[in-house]
Ligand binder design. Structure first.
Ligand code: BJW
Length: 253
């Protein structure tokens, strides 16, 4: 595991506004496959164009619905790992903290993080394809996908597929926090998917830190790289930075 530089610890201790952007690598150690790992990633086994686009859903809604049902079951069995819990701790110690995630698994919230900005939606929510009604339950029928109880349209997961817009207000808030922060962390993301990958580039004024087990296109643009597992590095970073400090923002248990 990389050694954590003392200079990074000192900067984090005095940072006033910290933004963290997370990706699939943060949930990898909860047993949720990432997208782009060469052997084990979802896109190594499945073609995104056949599963994660509106066109794919229109062409074969049953296939897409069943793939997400399988993914939802994986997520339901997963538990937050030490990386998720370390970010809950970070929120307690930093005066203004923003957590932006590309993950759709809800594990940050399950760990106890508050006000998480979900750029790509949440696999546990369902909406209708035609009119975007959010649907909490539907009558059990043979139909796959089931139909929207409001308009009869087909139901789909409330996630953001390629070619769809990121929720406007969420991205606007993420952008504003990024423009103002003094430290920006990019953790467990390949930095290949836009517009999320723009955020660290927008954080020009900030000390930028990448935590990732591999090199990414962002690596050459950051001030500090911590190479290794987020579930090991993040708790170590929190411990080194604040072990002897009282939290500023205790979150009620
Ligand atoms: C660890 C680790 C451990 C592993 N510890 N690290 C500008 C330029 C080029 C293209 C575009 C552009 N603007 C828009 C586009 C098109 C497109 C895009 O970005 N394409 C690129 C792929 C080229 N973007 C879009 O379409 C977006 N919409 C949009 O821009 O709207 C405007 C528009 C409208 C109409 C037409 C055109 C534009 C929407 C993007 C939606 C992405 N959706 C997905 C699926 C979500 C639902 C689902 O879950 O199925 O989101 S794709 C997938 O990728 C998912 C992820 O959130 C996202 C990012 O992946 P992530 O998290 O980075 O995972 P990996 O697997 O890639 O990386 C994991 C990393 O972790 C690796 O680096 C590992 O090394 C590391 N790691 N274990 C630490 N233990």
């Amino acid at each position: 595991m990389t050694t954590i530089p003392l200079e990074l610890v000192q900067k984090l201790r005095v940072a006033q506004q910290v933004v963290v952007l997370t990706g699939a690598g943060v949930s990898a150690e909860s047993g949720i496959p990432t997208f782009r790992a060469a052997q084990t990633g979802l896109w190594a086994q499945y073609n995104p164009a056949e599963l994660a686009t509106p066109q794919a859903f229109q062409k074969n809604p049953r296939l897409v619905w069943e793939w997400y049902t399988w993914r939802r079951e994986l997520v339901a069995q997963a538990k937050p790992n030490p990386a998720h819990f370390a970010l809950v701790q970070m929120q307690k110690y930093v005066s203004q903290f923003t957590l932006i995630t590309q993950n759709v698994d809800g594990l940050h919230q399950q760990a106890g993080s508050q006000s998480v900005m979900e750029l790509h939606g949440n696999i546990n929510r369902t909406k209708c394809f035609q009119q975007e009604h959010l649907v909490a339950s539907w009558s059990p029928t043979e139909a796959i996908p089931p139909h929207c109880p409001y308009c009869g349209g087909l139901l789909r997961p409330d996630v953001v597929w390629f070619g769809e817009n990121i929720p406007t207000l969420v991205f606007q808030s993420a952008r504003e926090a990024t423009e103002q922060c003094d430290m920006f962390f990019s953790i467990g993301t390949s930095s290949l998917v836009y517009p999320a990958a723009l955020l660290p580039l927008i954080a020009r004024q900030a000390t930028r830190v990448e935590i990732n087990s591999e090199t990414t296109p962002l690596t050459s643009q950051v001030h500090f790289t911590l190479r290794g597992s987020a579930a090991q590095l993040l708790p170590a970073l929190i411990n080194l930075t604040w072990a002897t400090h009282e939290p500023l923002n205790p979150i009620p248990e």
